[in-house]
Every structure is written in C-alpha cells, then in structure tokens.
Design a protein around this ligand. Sequence first.
Ligand SMILES: Nc1ncnc2c1ncn2[C@@H]1O[C@H](COP(=O)(O)OP(=O)(O)O)[C@@H](O)[C@H]1O
Ligand SMILES: [Mg+2]
Length: 501
Amino acid sequence: MATKEEFFEHIESGYATKGDFIVMGAAMLDGEAITDAHVKVPLKTLNRHGLIAGATGTGKTKTLQVLAENLSDKGIPVLLMDLKGDLSGIAQPSPGHPKIDERHAKIGLPFEAKAFPVEILSLSEQDGVKLRATVSEFGPVLLSRILDLTETQEGIVAVVFKYCDDNKLPLLDLKDFKKVLQYATGTGKAEFTKHYGRISTSSTGSILRKIIELEQQGADLFFGEKSFDVDDLTRVDENGKGYINILRLTDIQDRPKLFSTFMLSLLAEIYSTFPEQGDSDRPELILFIDEAHLIFNEASKALLDQIESIVKLIRSKGIGLYFVTQNPADVPNAVLSQLGLKVQHALRAFTARDRKAIKLTAENYPISEYYDTKEVLTSLGIGEALVSALDEKGRPTPLAATLLRAPMSRMDVLTDSELKSIIKRSDLVKKYGEVIDRESAYEILNEKIEKAEVEAEKEKAKPKTTSRRRSTSTRQNPVIKVLTSATFIRGVLGVLKKVMR
Ligand SMILES: Nc1ncnc2c1ncn2[C@@H]1O[C@H](COP(=O)(O)OP(=O)(O)O)[C@@H](O)[C@H]1O
Ligand SMILES: [Mg+2]
C-alpha cells in the first residue's frame, strides 16, 4: 500500500503551478483527507471547460458556488444559469458552522466568510436585468437552427433577412419577422418574386407554425429591445472582485426551447464580440450551466452541432463553459471530449443501469495507482469528489479524490427582501428596464400595405387608358410598378374582400 508521504508528493508535484490558481480542497487517501495536499486548478486552463457531475444531494451546486466565488475573488467575472434558484446566497457571507471549520482544518486552509458582488438577470417576467436580443442580431442561421427548419425553409428565412436589410426594415421581435413572412406571400408577393424569386405559401406557413411554437415557450419575451450587451457580463467591482451574474431560470424548466435559444444567442454573441485571447494567463468570463441536460435533451441535431462548434471556438476568446449535471451521459460526447476540468461527485448504484453508468464514468478517468475509481465513485461523501484538471502545460493532473472546501458565502438562498434590494440597487436593471418601442418592420410594412390599398382604390376609380399611360411612365420606379401590378391589386382586393366580410 502507498504511504501517505508518497501520495502527498504525488499530489504536490502533480498540482504544482507557476501562475495563479484556485484551491479546491485537499486530496484524500483511503477516505481520509491529507492536510495540505491541495488540489489546485490553474487560472490559465480554466478556459478549457469543465463538468461537475454526481447524484442529487452530493454537492454539485456547492462545488459550483465554490468555483464561482473563488473566480470572483481573483477578479474573474462569472455567469451562473441557476435553474433551481439556489445560488443567490453568494451575495451574503456564510454564517459559518463548526462542521465547516472542521472541514477546513482537515484541508489545511483557513476559512473566511465573505459576500460577493451579485447581479440578478432574468429571461422572463421575473425581476432583474432583462436579457433580450433582436431578431436581426440573432440572424438567419441561428433562427433556422432553433426552429429546426428544412433547407428550403432556411432559404426563405435568409431571403426575409436580405429583404429587410435591403429595405432598411428593422427586425426587432418575432412580430416583425412574422409580418415580413406574411407580406412575402401576400401583398408583397410580386416584389419578392421579382427580386428574390418565388416563395411558396406552404413553406412560409410551416415556418410561421414553428415560430408560434417558439412563442408559446415565451420567446416573444426574449426577442426585442433593448438588446443586452455581453460586455456587461464582464464587470469587476470597486474592490477588484468579478461580478457573479446569476440568471434565475426557475420558471424555464418546461420551456427548453427558450433556454436553448438564449444559450445559443449568448454564445454566438460572446464569440463575435470578445477579442481573441491568444495564450492568456486567465479567463475573461466563466459560464456555469446547472442542470445542463435541459439544453441537450430537447436539442435538434443541427442545434447540437452548433453548440459543439461554439464550445470548441469560444475557448480562444478566454471563455470557459462548465456543465453541471447528474449524469455525464446527459452531455453529448463531442462536448465531453473537450472538457479540461472534471469534478465527479458520488454516484449511487441502485439499479443495473446505475452500475453500468458508474463503470462507464470510471473508464473515462485517468488510471490511478492510488484509487479503485469504481469503488471511490460510490463511496465518496457529501462535498467530496474525484477531480482531474489540466496543468499549465495542458496535461491532465493526477486523479484526486478531494475533500472540497466550503463556500465562503451563504449556502442558503437570499430572502425576498435581500433579493429585492440587490435588484433595486442595480444600474443594469435600470439600463435594460426601459421599454423601447421603435418603429420596426411590423409598423413600416403595415403602413406600406395601407398605402398600397389606397393606391389600388384610386387606380380602380380611374379610366382604363390613363392607367395604362401611367404604368408606362412609371416604369423606372419598381415600387410603384409593383403597387400597380395586376397581381398586387388582385391581392389587395382579396384582402379588402376579407376585411369587408
Ligand atoms: N463543499 C461543501 N462544503 C460544505 N457542505 C457541503 C459542500 N458540498 C455540499 N455540502 C452540503 O451538502 C448539501 C447538498 O449539496 P448540493 O450542492 O445542493 O447538492 P447537489 O447540487 O448535488 O444536489 C448542501 O446543502 C451542504 O449542506
Ligand atoms: Mg444542485
């Protein structure tokens, strides 16, 4: 059997770092923490993404909290996707507990109670900084992915965006987009056909149905102004602590499409806004997604491909993505294979399926002469986990069963009044709270259709000869040409008839 001294040396050299780092806890041998055998993650490799997994109640969310607050302490801002609403306590110091002191004595780390700067964000009606994006910003590619469109339908979406671009029609919300789509096969059919080719009503119909499905999940709250500037996620407070931005998603669990729309939009926006980092010593922003299976479970193949490629690319921008989930199998393999930090809490072996999952998980960890990984996986206590990270050279660190440090902030949630006071103090809540309803595609097209109807009425009233002369003299003006074309007038008459009925 390995001696404690050998093991200590193994951990100390395996986790040695030149640059700055975060201490996660102390390595354990035969179920006992080895004081001062610190398990450290270098800041340099935190942009290499990670996974926190384990059965319910084993300490995943607390591990997330520990990582988030230590990052903040180092001046690194964080975004937390809080699906159960249990992370707000980060804004208040821990009240402390003899058990926490005991834990920290074993680790060989002084315990300090601290609060951290917190910003509360919201995707829905809940209070907080409203996160929104316009349809224009979202773009045709992502919109097609999220709607799971066919190639033909995707082509139509691209044409709609092109049309709005050519005609300076702002696409702010889904109402705008639907309006243009209807216009393309209705009043504006001739105009569209001439400049962009024919668009079939059955295709626009299918796209409309998919948009309505998305709206039913609350996406109409997400699309619109004022659009969120991702730079606001990277704020540092007056004491040099990174802001911990908590996106409260308690009301979103039954709306996975809205969540994946938001995630995709956010990642794409971050990717296009943040500069390349090169070989940086520290990350720019770390994102944690609790209950990560929610984005993957309902995602289409196209959406998964998109997520996978963004996960790969975003690293070079200094962004680390951390998935928190019960079962690593919830996360696609292509994403799993890209993860640098793995924190595996205890797994429970109740069923044959559980035992299979444990075997699979164990096989995915580096072999260790100190542990029987399968055995350790089922015997870890609460707030203990198997950790494997990347050292500064990008090599896997030794596998370490770790007694994790306790959060410095409160493990319990904020009270309603504590939460309200954070929201009340926030400048960002004010910045993104103002309601803007500027003229967009919906209003502009409505006006255009109305004008066309008036024109059509006038045309109808005029004698035939005048009309012919007029149409030749206005050949240069395509809009008037369209407005006076037979198809257009027939269309308008059709609309009028319907309205009259
Ligand atoms: N690192 C830790 N230090 C101290 N207590 C912990 C730690 N991790 C977990 N615990 C205890 O275990 C409980 C459950 O942890 P939690 O993170 O909510 O589990 P999970 O997210 O896996 O369901 C916490 O309320 C806390 O009492
Ligand atoms: Mg949890």
